[in-house]
Design a protein around this ligand. Structure first.
Ligand code: SF4
Ligand code: SF4
Length: 202
């Protein structure tokens, strides 16, 4: 009858002076041993990402938004961790291989879903059409294409002009209301290039 009580008392006293079995998770992550290949939240590497938007296209939960600001000429790629299911598709299909990679971070505690810690983003400079102002792509993406094409890149006016822009002080021209003959050697979108080269709409 008294034996179990004595045993319980012994265990209670033992527990009182021994280290706790529980950890201070998530404050103390030292006891969390994550295996290799663990898929946590994705993070961008601003120097490796070229802003192509492939990660957003392959994301099965549409957790990545591509937000183009044509006035500021900035593209923002933003991952919403509330929607991310850590599948790794963005990392696997990234054209530069390291533009976005999965970390081992997996805890997200917010009381407001719009809390900034629930988002991860990167900003890239945009190239816009000098005739109509439409988005052509990110400048880093153009550089990435140019490097892959080598000398063949000089056959495309946009890639040629972007290369020249790096060595000259003159930036892109302002957007105009109509196509002019000189627009043949401007950075323009595919639609305006068609109007200049094929439709000959001067
Ligand atoms: S890990 Fe999967 S769900 Fe999360 S952002 Fe990447 S592609 Fe989307
Ligand atoms: S370079 Fe990679 S991370 Fe950057 S936008 Fe393209 S696919 Fe996404």
């Amino acid at each position: 009858m008294w034996l179990p009580k004595i045993r319980e008392l012994k265990e209670a006293l033992g527990s009182l002076f021994s280290a706790p079995y529980t950890t201070k998770f998530p404050k103390d992550m030292s006891a969390v041993d994550l295996p290799d290949g663990f898929r946590g939240f994705p993070r961008y590497d601003a120097s490796a990402c070229v802003g192509c938007g492939t990660c957003a296209q392959v994301c099965p939960t549409r957790a990545i938004d591509v937000i183009d600001n044509t006035k500021k000429k900035i593209r923002t790629l933003r991952v919403n961790y509330n929607q991310c299911m850590n599948c790794g598709q963005c990392e696997e299909k990234c054209i530069t291989k390291t533009g976005i990679t999965l970390t081992k971070e997996f805890t997200l505690v917010v009381t407001d879903l719009s809390d900034s810690s629930a988002f991860e983003s990167v900003e890239k400079e945009l190239a816009v059409c000098e005739v109509c102002g439409a988005v052509i792509g990110c400048k880093d993406h153009l550089a990435w294409i140019k490097d892959r094409l080598g000398a063949k890149a000089y056959a495309h006016p946009n890639l040629l002009l972007w290369t020249q822009e790096q060595f000259s002080q003159s930036g892109p021209a302002e957007v105009k209301d109509r196509i002019r003959r000189e627009d043949q050697i401007k950075m323009v979108c595919a639609k305006c290039r068609y109007r200049i080269v094929v439709a000959d709409e001067f």
